[in-house]
Design a binder for this molecule. Structure first.
Ligand SMILES: *Cc1c(COP(=O)(O)O)cnc(C)c1O
Length: 344
């Protein structure tokens, strides 16, 4: 199977498993797992923040961060396609009692004007208090789109003027770093909290790290505990994350090159509607040929050994470290055969 379903499905490599096996461990919950502590120091450094927290998943990073930044009844400003809104089971409402104020935009990016408009209701006894602005880098359902630093600076400046905190869902921040050449700490600087996921392109089996000021992380640690995210000999997992930072960051470039190869290949196939510009490792495309649809395409590709994911009528393909150039070419050939076999 050629797995373009998600970069979450990459398997830990043998050298990664070896460092996991050899990891020095302690009690993470008590703050005494040396490998976790090394990971936190390394990640805080990378993101230019004072402190960091190891969590089992990225979802829990968002859950804990929203909880730490808000009080029940307040609003968080999030774009329409954000993972926080679409894919986290309403956790922000469940755990934090916040309302979501949706921002519209392009590819998951909203403008400073949209933020200003959302904040333009004069504060009164009637209006809820906006507390937090969220942004996603890269943007998953925006098709791996990358917020340029200037755009981040513009939207966060408006938020700050209105007293909001800023949170970055940086599940694939390192893809943005590699693709843009902007350092992670620069992207993170306008944000009070930011996290990276180790289970996406970085290829670790579990773990995410949330970073921010020492005061923020101290509060976040209590919620991590409350939500059941405090672990024990988590150094086993942290070792894989350290390995990923050392060995799997620069290679994200290969995933982006493979994605360009895939995009170029698919664009040449009649009946597929493939965007011209794809910025990182995620592609959304659709089936424009008449009498054909995404459900059929997904099933036909699977029969030919290519796994894709589908959200409604949109197909998604994601490149990652278990998919090489040859697999990309094979996937393009499969897509061509599927579309040609169907006639028209
Ligand atoms: C995957 C993802 C998450 C959730 O991370 P998990 O580690 O799978 O819980 C959150 N935000 C974005 C943008 C993601 O792509």
């Amino acid at each position: 199977m050629i797995n373009l379903y998600s970069d979450t499905q990459s398997k830990p490599t043998r050298p990664m498993r070896e460092v996991m096996m050899m990891a020095e461990v302690g009690d993470e919950q008590a703050g005494s797992d040396p490998t976790v502590n090394a990971l936190l120091e390394k990640t805080a450094d990378l993101l230019g923040k004072e402190a960091a927290l190891f969590l089992p998943t990225g979802t829990m990073c968002n859950l804990v961060a929203v909880k730490t930044h808000t009080q029940p009844g307040q609003t968080i400003l999030v774009d329409r396609l954000a993972h926080i809104v679409r894919m986290e089971t309403g956790g922000a409402a469940l755990a934090s009692g916040v309302m979501v104020d949706i921002l519209d935009g392009e590819h998951g990016h909203y403008s400073a004007e949209a933020v200003l408009e959302a904040l333009s209701w004069p504060p009164s006894n009637y209006t809820p208090r906006p507390a937090l602005l969220c942004l996603e880098q890269t943007h998953n359902f925006g098709g791996g789109s990358i917020w340029p630093l200037e755009a981040i600076t513009a939207v966060t400046a408006v938020a700050r003027e209105h007293g909001l905190s800023v949170h970055m869902d940086g599940a694939r921040l390192m893809n943005a770093v590699v693709a843009s050449g902007t350092p992670a700490a620069d992207f993170a600087a306008p944000c009070d909290s930011v996290w990276i996921d180790f289970t996406k392109g970085l290829g670790a089996p579990m773990g995410a790290v949330l970073a921010g000021s020492s005061a923020f992380i101290e509060n976040a640690r209590r919620y991590k505990h409350a939500f059941g995210g405090a672990m024990r000999q988590a150094g086993i997992a942290a070792a894989a994350c350290i390995y990923a930072l050392d060995h799997h960051v620069d290679r994200l470039q290969e995933d982006h090159e493979n994605m360009q190869r895939l995009v170029n290949g698919l664009r040449a196939i009649p009946g597929l509607d493939v965007p011209e510009r794809v910025e990182s490792n995620i592609l959304f495309f659709s089936i424009s040929a008449p009498h054909k649809n995404a459900v059929w395409f997904e099933a036909s590709m699977r029969e030919r050994g290519v796994l894709l994911s589908r959200i409604g009528e949109r197909m998604r393909a994601v490149t990652h470290l278990d998919v090489g150039r040859d697999e990309i070419d094979a996937a393009v050939r499969a897509a061509r055969m599927v579309m040609e076999a169907a006639g028209d």
